[in-house]
Ligand binder design. Structure first.
Ligand code: HEM
Ligand code: HEM
Length: 230
């Protein structure tokens, strides 16, 4: 099943959305929320690292890792390497981003893991880690038998898309939760910051949607292998 658009052409839309989302989350946290810091007496600045790394590091780079397979006109071996390295970067930045949320909670005496967002967040990062390790072992090193690889592939794609969609949904919950906290502490519900946060979430969802569309679009002609399980 494929939509009749070339992946390389389609991928320009998510690339533009990625730039927009990255700028928006940075403007929000630096301009409106006071900036980013790993150590500070103002613990909110430690929290601000969380949305920035979860959107730019995890969602955006993770999406680029997924799209790289369909859109880049490169040899399979090179694409495999690009795919696994970008996913590794996304995973590491995601872990650091989650650590920043825990650090902020611990240093501000706020309990951990009380929300749906945090529970799904742990689920997402654990599944992402398992997906990466399984992908690495079966498709890269030491590599499974031809039978295991071809049986694993549809599951790898299906579970990879599932965990990615869950991540995008969970980021939306995070934006909602943070904005609700701010509005409950007096932030104007129709003010500039509230619009910025909601539109950042919309851009995130559109980015995630176009990442998925790219997976269902046409691989480059010069592709030296055919991937047709979806
Ligand atoms: C897929 C991306 C994301 C994942 C996996 C994730 C994961 C997590 C986790 C595991 C926690 C719990 C920290 C603790 O209990 O100490 C947390 C907290 C939090 N996150 Fe995220 N997060 C993501 C994106 C975002 C985004 C984009 C925002 C937007 C501001 C956000 C806002 C929050 C807030 C407000 C908290 C503190 C309240 C709570 O624990 O629910 N998150 N996140
Ligand atoms: C959490 C990390 C990962 C996620 C979420 C993920 C997700 C995906 C997705 C959605 C696709 C389909 C792309 C498309 O057809 O356009 C894919 C393809 C693929 N992935 Fe991953 N992946 C991950 C890690 C890895 C790793 C570490 C490897 C090891 C090399 C790997 C190997 C592959 C291969 C070989 C394909 C394409 C199969 C083919 O078309 O022949 N993946 N992955």
């Amino acid at each position: 099943m494929a939509i009749g658009i070339k992946a390389l052409h389609l991928s320009f839309v998510p690339h533009a959305l990625a730039v927009a989302g990255a700028v928006m989350v940075l403007v929000w946290n630096i301009q409106f929320r006071g900036g980013l810091a790993w150590e500070s007496s103002n613990k909110n600045l430690i929290f601000n690292i969380h949305p920035v790394l979860m959107l730019i590091g995890f969602i955006i780079i993770g999406g680029q890792a997924i799209m790289s397979y369909k859109s880049l006109p490169l040899k399979k071996e090179v694409k495999k390497l690009v795919h696994l390295v970008l996913h590794a970067i996304a995973l590491i930045l995601g872990i650091i981003g989650i650590y920043a949320a825990f650090k902020n909670h611990n240093e501000s005496s706020i309990p951990n893991l009380y929300s749906l967002h945090s529970w799904l967040g742990i689920g997402v990062i654990v599944l992402y880690g398992i997906q990466w390790i399984y992908g690495f072992l079966v498709f890269f090193y030491p590599g499974g038998s031809a039978g295991l690889r071809s049986e694993s592939l549809p599951w790898h794609v299906l579970l990879g898309l599932f965990v990615y969609i869950l991540a995008v949904g969970n980021a939306s919950l995070g934006f909602l939760e943070k904005l609700t906290f701010l509005e409950n502490s007096g932030l104007d519900k129709y003010g500039a910051e509230a619009f910025l946060v909601n539109f950042t979430a919309i851009v995130t969802i559109l980015y995630g949607a176009f990442v998925i569309f790219t997976v269902f679009s046409q691989a480059p002609q010069e592709d030296d292998y055919s991937y047709s399980s979806i």
